[in-house]
Design a binder for this molecule. Structure first.
Ligand SMILES: Nc1ncnc2c1ncn2[C@@H]1O[C@H](COP(=O)(O)OP(=O)(O)OP(=O)(O)O)[C@@H](O)[C@H]1O
Ligand SMILES: [Mg+2]
Length: 310
């Protein structure tokens, strides 16, 4: 069994009448990259601010890296790094001075060493003497990520790490997150970029004040949409459709141009039978693939089920 790095039980935060986070229960193992998805105002930032011991919950409990939120907040803050939506930096100071300043706050032992390490890792070493106020948005974002890592936290919260970045800068940040994961850090990412969540996250939670769903992107797809296999055929005839429908395990079969789209629960086991049946009935099977729904489809289904087109 893996260690649980982040645990919450009925974690709640209300701002007056406004219930921002409603009884959130989560268990995140060490080393997992976990995506927190949800519409604007869903309570994502509020959740990670509670888990970073920056604001106090109004109900429930949480433990991060073994420390109790509300009772061991100093220890929690040492164990976590956070990239906030608006990371405040000193614009007049150079990149290097900014990081050194924050490293001192975090009581980092080897300040010059850590500052150099992260400036190099994020490709900012050559620009280290320049004032942060002159940096581009992407450079500032990278610097903010560096800042979150100076004290080598085991847990990292990234609030919209690639928002507003160009494709190349996003790619650098994404690759960097993947690297951090290889180092065994536990990471929570809040993002509206569902493609990114799909690529980076082991599991995702779709959240709107309360949990709507939580699982791996693959399992969410399958639970919601089933598994659809596409048989590309030279020609689809009614006889071929009948041949496929003869199998009890075929939940649905439809024709889409020269393709036969079949919904199955266990394609790995059932595809070979269907291919054999199709060939026996005279089909030329050109290609077999799985119709993959995007995480965006899953998200929209969960957040707004009634508005869905299909
Ligand atoms: N300091 C605060 N005082 C009062 N209300 C707050 C405060 N912080 C957040 N809220 C409210 O809590 C709710 C959740 O906000 P939060 O910032 O956590 O959402 P979010 O999921 O991060 O949204 P976004 O995707 O827009 O970043 C909102 O209704 C917001 O107005
Ligand atoms: Mg937010």
């Amino acid at each position: 069994m893996t260690d649980t790095m982040i645990y919450t039980n009925n974690l709640t935060k209300s701002f007056g009448e406004n219930l921002a986070v409603d009884r959130l229960s989560l268990s995140i193992p060490a080393g997992e990259v976990f995506g927190l998805l949800g519409p604007n105002g869903a309570g994502k930032t509020t959740t990670i601010r509670m888990l970073a011991a920056l604001i106090a919950p109004t109900g429930g409990e949480a433990r991060v890296a073994g420390f109790q939120i509300g009772q061991q907040d100093r220890e929690v803050r040492k164990a976590v790094g956070i990239l906030t939506e608006n990371p405040g930096m000193y614009n007049q100071l150079s990149a290097e001075r900014n990081l050194s300043f924050f490293a001192k706050l975090y009581e980092v032992a080897d300040i010059p060493g850590q500052v150099e390490r992260y400036l190099r890792m994020l490709g900012l070493w050559d620009r280290r003497h320049e004032a942060v106020g002159t940096f581009s948005k992407g450079m500032r974002q990278k610097l903010a990520i560096a800042r979150a890592l100076l004290h080598e936290p085991r847990v990292l919260y990234l609030d919209e790490p690639t928002s507003g970045l160009d494709p190349e800068a996003s790619r650098i940040v994404r690759d960097f997150i993947a690297e951090l994961r290889h180092e065994g850090r536990t990471i929570i990412i809040c993002t509206h970029n569902l493609n990114e969540a799909d690529r980076l996250c082991d599991r995702v939670a779709v959240f709107r004040s309360e949990l709507l769903a939580l699982d791996t992107p693959t399992n969410l797809r399958r639970q919601i949409f089933g598994r659809r296999v596409v048989f590309h055929l030279a020609e689809v005839t009614p006889a071929l459709l009948d041949a496929v429908r003869a199998y009890g395990f075929v939940q649905q079969a439809e024709v889409l141009e020269d393709k036969l789209v079949v919904t199955l629960d266990d394609p790995e086991a059932q595809n070979p039978l269907l291919v054999t049946a199709l060939v026996g009935a005279g089909a030329q099977v050109r290609f077999v693939g799985e119709l993959r729904r995007s995480l965006e489809d899953v998200y929209l289904h969960l957040v707004n089920p009634q508005k869905e087109a299909n």
